[in-house]
Write a protein that binds this ligand. Structure first.
Ligand code: F6R
Length: 258
């Protein structure tokens, strides 16, 4: 696991470099897309590189991490709409190549199984962008989720609904309670993970993810078992890391590490 501690603009640039390297070597790459506020600076940087340097997503496939259940198809916070607005429509990414689980499906379990199968049929995710919840979730895998889980119907914790109320007029009663989410087992099959976290509110989750014991209480700790994970944090999110200085030194020497 590599940990980069830097201002947010630099974090976005590091993440965009990884995505650009991937697309240069594999234009039809499969990219896993997170929503929420954390990846927005990455999407801004990718949109800038598309406009100014011609970075192209024309052949790429995109797969969302998750979706709310029962949210109106036109709701601005429906994750399919968020992804369209924040990244797909700002680059040359055909809508037909960006996929999300169907939170309005009649048979939600079937929709989950079909989503996992679609990821597999696309060849698996090459690079997965991730955020992290203050309770340690990745995608919407809340505490207690099986490390082997596949795409499934999940129940959001009260903490997550409180955190996400800012997207729903600060009214927790408007935040859906159910979601469809890629499972931890699904996410762990991605070839590369790039997780971004900013702000003090994420400091404990980041401490657990990087230095804590692997446990279902903090689902993101499963990333310790991933062979190719990059954790991007600003100073505030890194503020509880015991070995922050060591991670800084290791990051500065990354070119020597191969
Ligand atoms: C969203 C997702 C979530 C968020 C997490 C952090 O697709 O999978 O795990 O990444 O809830 O959200 P923000 O970035 O809004 O703090």
């Amino acid at each position: 696991m590599d940990v980069a501690i830097a201002p947010v603009a630099e974090l976005a640039s590091i993440a965009a470099d990884e995505i650009q390297k991937l697309l240069n070597r594999k234009p039809d790459a499969v990219i896993g897309l997170a929503t929420g506020s954390s990846p927005l600076p990455i999407y801004d940087e990718l949109a800038r590189r598309h406009k100014e340097d011609g970075l192209s997503f024309a052949k790429a496939q995109g797969f969302q991490l998750d979706e709310y259940v029962g949210i109106d198809v036109n709701h601005p916070e429906r994750y399919r709409n968020v992804i369209e607005k924040e990244i797909a429509s700002r680059v040359d990414w055909p809508a037909s190549q960006v996929h999300g689980p169907d939170g309005n499906a009649k048979d939600l379990s079937l929709a989950c199984a079909q989503y996992d199968a679609a990821i597999k049929a696309a060849g698996g995710v090459d690079l997965q962008i991730l955020g992290i919840g203050s309770d340690g979730h990745i995608a919407f895998n809340e505490p207690g989720t099986s490390f082997a889980s596949r795409t499934h119907v999940g129940v959001l914790t009260e903490q997550t609904r409180v955190d996400n109320a800012r997207f729903f007029d600060d009214d927790i009663s408007k935040v859906p309670t159910l979601c469809l989410t890629q499972g931890l087992g699904t996410i762990m099959e991605a070839r590369e993970l790039v997780l971004i976290a900013t702000g003090e509110n994420k400091a404990e989750a980041i401490r657990q993810l990087v230095e804590g014991a692997v446990s279902a209480r903090w689902p993101a700790t499963i990333i310790q078992h991933h062979p190719n994970a990059l954790i991007l944090v600003d100073e505030a999110a890194a503020s509880k890391l015991e070995l922050a200085d060591y991670y800084r030194e290791k990051w500065a020497k990354r070119d020597l590490l191969g």
